[in-house]
Write a protein that binds this ligand. Structure first.
Ligand code: ATP
Ligand code: MG
Length: 483
């Protein structure tokens, strides 16, 4: 983890408070629990030196618990010697980047004697040594654990914010630059597109809502020989049957009440170009027959008409439903299915291309940044939350979220984790609710940071904050920052 743990102000402050209030030490380990640099307490220092030490194993357990509980800000775990580990995650786009923890306290519900027994069992230490270690471990009540969790989580959040944001450059270049993605499934789709655009065959695009079906349909049209002609879209589930028929095939004057003149249908509008039929699985049986005729003969009959109309239209159909299964249940015509399913493109949902989320998010920041000047950067803390969410609405939902963040950010230089909707990442650590709370949190943050910069020296912090020493003392008391 490329970061400077010791120079981050909030880390320095949390460490200071943990030392003074609880006699604990703040430690940092890698995301898999290995490579921990500090142990928490004298008791831990000693246990770790025992030849049979399992400290590393305990941190690995913590790491896997944190990796599973994606929304946890901090958790309390008992180590192999029965002592407490309070740990908070440092999340990155690639997963858990690190663990910030405090360890070595004795749970209040375990007596010193019982703790000595478990230390002796776990480490093989002589009874007298184990008793000395247990006596030395601070007793931590439930209320203490709540505050320790906050301090450890605050330090971890600061480490998370301090990490550099990196979006690996893609090695995959292709002409379909509007389609962003590097995941194997996306590469497959793009490779297939290269062939599809050259042919005239009907294409069926299958994928969940918001996965980019229309984007792909447009790419096929605009990268192919029909690019200069019209691209027409019709969603087949949006209309009732009569309206849809009239929209697709047009009608002649007097065909129904209100048909006061001849009206061209979309198939005629699309003549020479491409017709994208979205949600084709929602088409009625009657319209399926008419569509089949267009595909087979290139002709159709306007509503109320007597003369068939001939058109040259490339058809691209899309569905989020499994048409094959619908054929088996007799809900979709088999002959139409084979006509439509000549070339099939399956668009993967976002959960199968999680590694593309940072790249897509950055793409949407650029796409929706309308102001002059440089678009804001995406902070690691924001990317970590975006990556951790499971996106039922797929790419469209991710795009909406980025747009929302841009609105929230105003003219800020950076989009941070706290701008991500709370429904995505659980509440951000210490996320304020009311204006009064927000002000208090911001003020406390500023005081805490200033104290951190000056190693707790209030005189120097007051000068830095441009307030009197007396005022600073009063605010520290009111905001509960008192040690
Ligand atoms: N791979 C991608 N790269 C860049 N933008 C994408 C990608 N996939 C989807 N998008 C964007 O996400 C949004 C949703 O995509 P699109 O409308 O094509 O999805 P859809 O599958 O047709 O969705 P729906 O089922 O809701 O109609 C669009 O703004 C689109 O530009
Ligand atoms: Mg669509």
């Amino acid at each position: 983890m490329a970061l400077s743990f010791d120079t981050i102000a909030e880390v320095a402050l949390s460490r200071d408070l943990l030392r003074r209030w609880y006699g604990l030490e703040l430690g940092l380990a890698a995301g898999d629990g290995s490579g921990y640099e500090r142990t928490s307490h004298d008791a831990c220092e000693t246990i770790r030196k025992q030849p049979s030490s399992h400290c590393a194993g305990s941190l690995k357990e913590v790491a896997s618990a944190l990796a599973q509980r994606k929304d946890a800000a901090a958790l309390v775990h008992r180590c192999h010697a029965g002592l407490v580990i309070v740990a908070a995650p440092v999340r990155a786009t690639t997963g858990l980047a690190g663990i910030v923890y405090a360890s070595g306290g004795r749970p209040a519900d375990v007596t010193a004697a019982a703790s000595a027994d478990s230390i002796a069992n776990a480490t093989g230490a002589a009874a007298a040594d184990a008793t000395a270690l247990a006596a030395h471990a601070p007793e931590l009540a439930e209320a203490d654990l709540v505050r320790i969790k906050d301090l450890v989580a605050a330090a971890a959040a600061a480490v998370e914010r301090a990490q550099p944001t990196t979006i690996p450059p893609t090695t995959f270049t292709h002409p379909f630059t509007e389609i962003v993605g590097d995941a194997p499934a996306v590469r497959e789709v793009v490779k297939l597109l290269g062939k599809v655009v050259k042919s005239e065959a009907t294409v069926l695009i299958h994928g969940e809502s918001g996965t980019g079906k229309e984007l792909i349909a447009r790419a096929i049209h605009y990268h192919g020989p029909r690019a200069k002609k019209t691209f027409v879209v019709q969603n087949c589930s949006a209309f009732n049957d009569n309206l849809l028929e009239s929209a697709l095939f047009g009608h002649v004057r007097g065909a129904f009440t209100g048909a006061v003149k001849d009206q061209k249908g979309l198939f005629e509008v699309a003549d020479g170009g491409t017709f994208f039929l979205d949600e084709i699985g929602d088409m009625s049986a009657a319209l399926q027959v008419k569509l089949l005729r267009v595909l087979q003969e290139g002709t159709f009959m306007p509503v109320g008409g007597t003369k068939p109309v001939k058109v040259d239209v490339r058809i691209i159909a899309a569905s989020h439903k499994d048409l094959q299964a619908m054929v088996e249940k007799k809900q979709f015509r088999e002959d139409l299915f084979y006509r439509v399913n000549v070339l099939k493109i399956t668009v993967p949902p976002l959960r199968e291309r999680v590694a593309d989320i940072p790249r897509l998010a950055a793409h949407f920041v650029a796409k929706h940044w309308k102001n002059p000047g440089q678009a804001p950067r995406l902070a690691q803390s924001a990317l970590a939350r975006l990556v951790a969410y499971s996106w039922p609405g797929n790419i469209r939902e991710l795009e909406n979220e980025v747009e929302r963040m841009l609105v929230l950010a105003g003219d800020a230089q950076e989009l941070t984790g706290s701008m991500v909707s709370s429904r995505l990442g659980g509440q951000a650590v210490g996320m304020p609710r009311t204006l009064r709370d927000s002000v208090a949190v911001a003020e406390a943050d500023a005081i805490v940071a200033a104290l951190g910069r000056h190693s707790g020296d209030r005189e120097a912090a007051a000068i830095d904050l441009n307030v009197s020493r007396g005022y600073l003392d009063a605010r520290i008391t009111t905001l509960g920052l008192q040690t």
